[in-house]
Design a protein around this ligand. Structure first.
Ligand code: FAD
Length: 463
């Protein structure tokens, strides 16, 4: 944990009490006397999905690095989540993962995640944050805009209004305002109204659609895996299917399609879409299973990054994090982990020099943190020729190498392990360029190297 700054006390206001807002409030509680979360939704007490975070109905993977960060911020949270029904899934021993026309190598990798629903996870994080004596939450309140000093060089608070009837608009002053209102953040617009040029936007358009349903999970399972993940790999294979166990003896099953190949939620069409995946294992697993809901869909147009660190001028007293700063193609599961990483950078900046020049220092550091997951997700997306956005120089070579790494990780445990560690953000992607790993990827990742057949149907290796 970063040390408490001597210079900072008083009040911070966090706009939005979803995962990024909650984790920000947890970090700010180490530096401010009072932290006020302002949230549009009336917050549930339990694990219910809510209107302001509709993505919560869909599969949310918390990467291993994310779990480590949440454990650091909320000691014991992993055990509580497992006690409540979260299920640990080793990403190669327990997960049958089909990609690039083959099943990935299965062995005990130690790279694992807790499978659970997003509302279940969020409810536990929220419970712990709201129990902090410095934190309180004004839920059922809309933020309407920012307050600024007369010369507009400093943000001094927010304007808000309760959503219930006869709610009266009012001002809430703050020494620091943190935007965690997600992808739809109005901060660029509000900054313009204050006379600043808004931050530049980087867009990588993917048009991903999700459809998610839950099913009864019969125990003990007769399936040869704990979780299933099927990804296409080529120009004509843009569909994704995943089936993970979740609390309450249920399966969560998500189907996704890139470039407007949107999956439907209605059961017969949902099953048909699953049948269209590169292998039919998900479809076969679902036939005859008891559906528990009517399903939900979600459409995600583009990876979106706001370049606050490049603004020539910005006001003091205002920062942004979570999806309000950068929102990634959800297929790669990076959002919550990156939000936590960036919140910890905010804590480190406050610990070093308090509020002095905070936005400039924070946005610079946040950009460096975001660069890695941003490169990982957009490079993967760019392999689809129709995905628009600025490809980096040398992209054709990078894409070829990525393909080799993916294919080799079906045949080679070392390559698979380094790939998994990079994907879960516990290892640097640079290790994939180590001469020994690179040589194995090049040697074993050729399109014509035979892959092990039907590894998914082998018994799950012992832990
Ligand atoms: C379909 C889908 C699947 C995903 N899967 C994963 C995954 O597997 N793993 C992962 O790590 N991430 C995943 N993500 C990303 C993840 O959901 C986000 O990165 C994460 O929730 C952090 O978002 P946030 O808190 O910044 O914003 P949000 O979760 O969008 O929350 C913003 C909050 O601000 C509130 N708000 C907005 N405007 C106002 C206002 N004016 N006044 C008051 N309150 C306001 C909203 O009500 C909401 O509570 C997925 C996203 C999608 C869309």
């Amino acid at each position: 944990m970063s040390k408490r700054s001597e210079t900072v006390s008083r009040r911070a206001v966090v706009m939005g009490a979803s995962i990024a807002g909650l984790v920000a409030a947890r970090v700010l509680a180490d530096h401010f006397d009072e932290v006020i979360l302002v949230e549009r939704d009336r917050l549930p007490t339990g694990a219910e999905s809510r209107k302001g975070a509709p993505q919560g109905q869909h599969l949310h993977a918390l990467l291993q690095r994310g779990e480590q960060l949440f454990e650091q911020l909320f000691p014991g949270i992993g055990a509580t989540l497992i006690g409540g029904g979260g299920i640990r899934v080793d990403f190669s021993r327990d997960l049958a993962w089909h990609h690039f026309g083959a099943w990935k190598a299965r062995f005990t990798s130690g790279v694992d995640m807790l499978a659970m629903t997003r509302p279940f996870f969020e409810a536990e994080v929220r419970r712990r944050v709201l129990a902090l004596p410095q934190v309180r939450c004004l839920d059922d309140h809309d933020i309407l805009g920012l307050l600024a000093s007369a010369d507009r060089t400093r943000v001094t608070g927010v304007q808000l209004r309760p959503r219930h009837a006869d709610g009266v608009e009012r001002s809430l002053s703050a020494d620091l305002v943190v935007d965690a209102t997600g992808r739809g953040s109005a901060t660029p617009k509000w900054l313009e109204a204050l006379g600043y040029a808004p931050p530049a936007e980087e867009l990588v358009t993917v048009h991903v659609g999700y459809a998610t349903r839950t099913f009864r999970r019969a125990l003990p399972s007769t399936l040869p895996w704990k979780a299933l993940y099927i990804l296409g790999a080529g120009a004509n294979e843009r569909r994704v299917g995943a089936m993970f166990p979740i609390e309450g003896d249920r399966w969560i099953v998500v189907l996704a399609g890139m470039l407007r190949d949107y999956p439907p939620a209605e059961l017969p069409a949902f099953l048909e879409f699953a049948r269209g995946l590169p292998v039919d294992d998900l479809h076969r697993a679902l036939v005859g299973m008891q559906p528990l809901d009517d399903g939900a869909t979600y459409r995600f147009p583009a990876n979106l990054r706001h370049r606050y660190e490049r603004m020539p001028r910005r006001p003091e007293g205002l920062v942004a994090l979570g999806d309000a700063l950068c929102s990634f193609n959800p297929i790669y599961g990076q959002g919550m982990t990156t939000a936590a990483l960036v919140a910890l950078e905010l804590g480190a900046c406050l610990g070093e020099r308090g509020l002095a020049d905070l936005p400039a220092r924070f946005f610079r550091r946040a950009a460096r943190v975001i660069d890695v997951p941003w490169a990982m997700s957009t490079l993967e997306d760019f392999r689809c020729p129709e995905v628009t956005g600025a490809r980096p120089p040398g992209f054709a070579m990078i894409a070829g190498l990525l393909g080799r790494i993916h294919r080799a990780s079906c045949r080679d445990q070392d390559v698979a392990l380094h790939f998994l560690r990079a994907m879960h953000m516990v290892g640097s992607p640079a290790t994939l360029l180590r001469p020994d790993i690179l040589a194995r990827a090049l040697l074993r990742g050729g399109a014509h190297t035979p892959a092990p057949a039907l590894a998914v149907h082998d018994p799950v290796p012992a832990a």
